[in-house]
Design a binder for this molecule. Structure first.
Ligand code: SAM
Ligand code: DTB
Ligand code: SF4
Length: 346
């Protein structure tokens, strides 16, 4: 089995503790990522645009639509998540969705222009009895001509293989934060558990979708620690979702002060610079952003979004509002012929 090389957790202590030198050479030291955060904003964005344009059409965006196939009642204690059974968020627990409903939702997503369909379950990990249904979902969604993505929690090697055999294109499993911040947010599974799942997904030959959340009260150094972990995965993920915390009432993080929006843009830019070929996805929190801020995120190198009125349990911008934004910015949607030119100012 391939081992994913990351910064040893022991070398990533808070600033007050002495740091040790990592044994293996790493592509990105935390200190180097932290230096990027210190750049003047305009210089950072210029650099991110240069990297972005070397590898992508800077005027193109990829659309993924999310569906919660099993909502709420989750036994994990992730402090940000409205689906944790410990949260008093009002999210009602549901059973695993019937196959026919998933196919219907996937067809609707395709009709709206999505090219990837991501199915998420509020599980610690899938049970054996669920594997047949979820692999059927992969087969059927793929048969519609959509790329498939799933996020079901931790996976054993044979579960990853079963998903691969069904044709799964991407598996989403986030590191969420820097290792040293992680334990203040989640106690029911470890950072190493997450790395092990990523190793299993990679070994099965599934594309890795792995990112994190910012705005949870972490320091800038800890944001640099998250990006360094992602960028040092070997190879780094094909897709990196950057979520801005959606502070949901009833979760432990409900009262977290919002992150400076420019710090969010910086994080996108640094993800682009450190992982030049990845799809950087502007993920949760877009509904709370105005359009100028979203445009800055695209300028910083984001080239994918979640598209559709809902994420898993929280809302996302309406699809027609996104379409208007694409037209205003002259953004093409991946897989579609350009529909319109940028609109003149009114
Ligand atoms: N249960 C599975 C797991 O945790 O791996 C899959 C679903 S889980 C909801 C997927 C990801 O959504 C989390 O890892 C986290 O990064 C993100 N997420 C959940 N709640 C969020 C929130 N309130 N704000 C931003 N991102 C959130
Ligand atoms: C990811 O990184 N963000 C998405 C997807 N992967 C599964 C989920 C965001 C969830 C936001 C909170 C909610 O809607 O429940
Ligand atoms: Fe459960 Fe996933 Fe939410 Fe954690 S993030 S509580 S594992 S649904």
């Amino acid at each position: 089995m391939t081992t994913i090389a990351t910064i040893p957790v022991s070398s990533l202590r808070r600033a007050s503790a002495p740091s040790t030198t990592p044994k293996a050479p790493l592509r990105w030291q935390v200190a180097d990522v932290a230096t990027l955060y210190e750049l003047p904003f305009m210089d950072l964005l210029f650099r991110a645009q240069q990297v972005h344009r070397e590898h992508f059409d800077a005027n193109e965006v990829q659309l993924s639509t999310l569906l919660s196939i099993k909502t709420g009642g989750c036994a994990e204690d992730c402090g940000y998540c409205p689906q944790a059974s410990t949260a008093d968020s009002g999210v009602e627990a549901s059973k695993l969705m019937p196959l026919a409903e998933v196919i219907e939702a996937a067809q609707a997503a395709k009709d709206q222009g999505a090219t990837r369909f991501c199915m998420g379950a509020a599980w610690r990990s899938p049970k054996e009895r669920d594997m047949e249904r979820v692999t059927d979902m992969v087969r059927e969604v793929r048969a519609l001509g959509l790329e498939t993505c799933m996020t079901l929690g931790m996976l054993e090697a044979q579960q990853a293989q079963a998903l691969k055999d069904a044709g799964l294109d991407y598996y989403n499993h986030n590191l969420d934060s820097a290792p040293e911040f992680y334990e203040s947010i989640i106690t029911t599974r470890t950072y190493q558990d997450r790395l092990d799942t990523l190793t299993n997904v990679r070994a099965a030959g599934i594309n890795v979708c792995c990112g994190g959340i910012v705005g949870m009260g972490e320091s800038r150094g800890e944001r640099a620690g998250l990006i360094a972990q992602l960028a040092n995965l070997n190879p780094y993920p094909e897709s990196v979702p950057i979520n801005n915390l959606v502070a949901v009432k009833g979760t432990p993080l409900a009262d977290t002060p919002p992150l400076d929006p420019f710090e969010f843009v910086r994080t996108i830019a640094i993800a682009r610079i450190t992982m030049p070929l990845t799809m950087v996805r502007l993920s949760a929190g877009r509904e709370q952003m105005d359009e100028a801020l979203q445009a800055l995120c695209f300028l910083a190198g984001a080239n994918s979004i979640f598209y559709g009125d809902k994420l898993l349990t929280t809302s996302n911008p309406q699809a027609d509002k996104d379409r208007q934004l694409f037209v205003r910015l002259g953004l093409k949607v991946q897989g579609e012929r350009p529909a319109a030119h940028a609109q003149p100012c009114q």
